[in-house]
Design a protein around this ligand. Structure first.
Ligand code: NI
Length: 127
């Protein structure tokens, strides 16, 4: 097994330690492996999508990164039919996008949110 080093914010590390306790993982590495497996499975599911899709995209992010969300979403107005923006506790925003359009374009949008590295949660649900 390869050993790599990664940098994490204190906030994420604290959350990972809490998760480790709550879910009974044996260590931080196990938490990170489980997280990576979920991301890989999610991506595989996304890769298999094709044709015209109806879907819902959920995002949770800190209010301070709203600019990033605005910048990305404005390039995809052709596939965003509805957007709901709600404020949660601890200065977080919940965004719900109802999307309709070509799978490739929907995948691009989701990838941009993932790749920004600023989203707390990104989940595409395909109807
Ligand atoms: Ni907001």
């Amino acid at each position: 097994m390869a050993i790599i080093s990664i940098s994490l914010t204190d906030e994420i590390l604290n959350e990972i330690d809490k998760l480790q306790q709550e879910l009974g993982f044996s260590g931080r590495s196990e938490v990170m492996r489980a997280g990576a497996r979920m991301l890989l499975a999610d991506n595989k599911e996304k890769e298999n999508l094709e044709g015209r899709l109806n879907s819902v995209l959920l995002l949770i992010h800190a209010q301070k990164v709203e600019g990033t969300v605005t910048e990305i979403k404005h390039k995809y107005e052709d596939i965003i039919s509805t957007q709901i923006h709600n404020h949660l506790r601890e200065d977080k925003c919940l965004e719900v996008f109802i999307l309709e359009g070509d799978a490739a374009r929907i995948k691009q949008l989701v990838s941009l949110f993932h790749a920004s590295g600023k989203m707390d949660y990104v989940k595409l649900i395909v109807a």
